[in-house]
Design a protein around this ligand. Structure first.
Ligand SMILES: *[C@@H]1O[C@H](CO)[C@@H](O)[C@H](O)[C@H]1NC(C)=O
Ligand SMILES: *[C@@H]1O[C@H](CO)[C@@H](O)[C@H](O)[C@H]1NC(C)=O
Length: 274
């Protein structure tokens, strides 16, 4: 801003001088020449300062407009920006195939819990959310891919990035399967299985705060007990999400589960992994 006001002052001053030099054009030749040289130099400096001031001003305006227009800034710099659509939360929310993802019965019936847990698998793309990215994406890839060896066979090697939404879903699904677990059962488990579950709670806490869906929930008439169901949210289009993750999948896990050695999330006593 200082450069701006200085340049316009100089412009005004120079303009006056310029008029002076034209009006005194009847003087001596030498005097006239040096005077007009000084005048044109001043005019040049004035124009340059004006131009520079204009550049500073343009930069300022651009920065202000980026700050005030969230669409101009990248919505999600560290992963793909996917289309959004309105979704009404509730038991029939269009977030996945038409299956049951919860049932109070599962808390006292392990068979029902396994059934529900299997339904959650249908929410994952075939690579379970592990995707391959290149160096020339339209988003920033902050870290090298995660390397995994001896996954299915001795000597195999896979690498990829897992999309956070699938890590979050995975964590929530294993927390769900632990809901029927007693303290006596927990006492039988090795500490790394407990650590992974506490990691999941903390991971989801931070993820919820990071995503911060600011939808203002009100009375929808859908459920008298609580807000939530019947409320429209602006959600990432789940089909577009699945499509992206399928296109980039580093493997196809449709027919197989990740082994325990890779992922210590085996549901206690069920032979189910994720
Ligand atoms: C537990 O759930 C399974 C599967 O839904 C069901 O077939 C079974 O009858 C349930 N067991 C009890 C004791 O309710
Ligand atoms: C993964 O494999 C299954 C069959 O095992 C197939 O139906 C499915 O289309 C495959 N998924 C992708 C994304 O290729």
């Amino acid at each position: 801003m200082i450069a701006m006001s200085r340049s316009s002052e100089d412009w005004d001053r120079n303009d006056d001088k310029h008029s002076d030099s034209i009006s005194s054009s009847t003087g001596l030749l030498n005097e006239r020449t040096s005077e007009s040289r000084v005048a044109s130099l001043r005019k040049y400096i004035g124009l340059r300062l004006l131009f520079e001031g204009f550049l500073v001003f343009s930069l300022f305006i651009t920065l202000v407009s980026i700050a005030h227009n969230p669409k101009a800034a990248k919505a999600s710099s560290y992963g793909p920006t996917l289309p959004r659509k309105d979704v009404i939360f509730g038991n029939t929310a269009g977030l996945g195939p038409d299956l049951d993802y919860e049932d109070p019965e599962m808390l006292r019936n392990a068979t029902r819990m396994r059934e529900i847990h299997r339904h959650w698998h249908s929410l994952f793309p075939s690579g379970r959310g592990y995707v391959a990215v290149s160096e020339n994406e339209e988003f920033d890839v902050l870290h090298p891919p995660f390397k995994m060896d001896n996954v299915f066979e001795k000597g195999d090697l896979y690498e990829g990035h897992i999309m956070a939404v699938y890590h979050q879903l995975h964590c929530l699904s294993i927390i769900m399967t632990a809901m029927g677990t007693s303290r006596e059962e927990w006492a039988m488990l090795p500490i790394y299985k407990l650590e992974h579950r506490t990691h999941c709670v903390e991971y989801l806490r931070q993820s919820i705060l990071c995503s911060a869906d600011t939808t203002l929930e009100g009375e929808t008439g859908a459920w008298a007990t609580s807000t939530g169901w019947g409320q429209t949210h602006s959600c990432v289009d789940f089909d577009a999400l699945t499509e992206f993750a399928n296109e980039r999948a580093i493997w196809n896990l449709t027919e197989r589960l990740l082994p325990d050695s890779f992922d210590p999330l085996k549901v206690h006593g069920t032979n189910e992994t994720h």
